[in-house]
Design a protein around this ligand. Structure first.
Ligand code: ATP
Ligand code: MG
Length: 225
């Protein structure tokens, strides 16, 4: 599903964030990316979303080298990847419903599809009944549920979550991760960067540890350290 070969990333200011990373993630896997602050986790997930290109190396998603995509092909890739961030990034002046519907609108979904999929996604993350509320009227945990609904609404093959529980209390964090696990059990590949030791130890899934831009450990059913 994701095949990274000899990825290196040097930012324009000369910082070497990733150094010769080769990693394969299979369809349906749940992978934690852990490591100290500055280890390169966010850089790696941003490369998978093709926010920018690596300095060298290739990244294949479903066989396609995304470093060679033409500009007009990028939206199609993004349609297949749902992204969740620590700071939610919801549109503050739009309702919960509109926030989720917007993700479908930008990929050109029909009105009919939207009327079916948006409520379905909100139901899946347990946020039905709050469709008309604004993000500012919701708790952090609820906002992250909306982000999850937005991430799954286009039925992506892959969900990338960069510290999705970074701003949540332990109980709410576990709820969010359980939702990610449910999404994963239904067949979506999940890659989650996190500092949350408790979550990693509770789930016992694959753990890839980065340190100074290198993979220093890669364990199935792993623990945080
Ligand atoms: N846009 C950027 N320009 C220059 N350097 C950057 C940029 N983004 C990140 N870096 C540097 O790249 C390295 C890796 O950063 P990255 O954000 O990938 O780490 P991280 O593992 O996600 O850390 P954290 O746990 O704090 O989120 C760090 O040294 C960081 O300072
Ligand atoms: Mg980060």
């Amino acid at each position: 599903m994701i095949e990274m070969q000899r990825i290196s990333m040097v930012y324009p200011n000369g910082v070497e964030a990733l150094n010769n990373i080769s990693l394969t993630m299979e369809r349906g896997e749940f992978v934690f990316l852990v490591g100290e602050s500055g280890a390169g986790k966010s850089t790696l997930v941003r490369l998978i979303c093709r926010e920018f290109l690596p300095s060298s190396g290739s990244i294949r998603i479903n066989g396609r080298d995304i470093t060679r995509l033409k500009r007009r092909e990028v939206p199609l890739l993004r349609r297949n990847i749902g992204v969740v961030f620590q700071d939610f990034r919801l549109l503050p002046n739009r309702s919960v419903y509109d926030n989720v519907a917007f993700a479908m609108q930008v990929v050109g979904a029909s009105g009919r599809e939207m009327r079916r999929r948006v409520p379905e996604s909100l139901e899946m993350v347990g946020i039905r009944g709050k469709e008309k509320m604004k993000p500012t009227e919701l708790s952090g945990g609820e906002q992250q549920r909306v982000c999850l609904a937005r991430a799954i609404v286009n039925k992506p093959v892959l969900i990338i979550a960069d510290e999705p529980t970074g701003n949540l209390d332990p109980r709410t964090s576990m709820d969010i991760v359980e939702l990610l696990r449910d999404i994963n059990i239904r067949g979506t590949t999940v890659v989650m960067a996190t500092h949350d030791r408790e979550i990693v130890d509770a789930l016992r899934r694959r753990v890839v540890v980065l340190d100074g831009g290198r993979v220093v450990r890669d364990e199935w059913k792993g623990a945080y350290c």
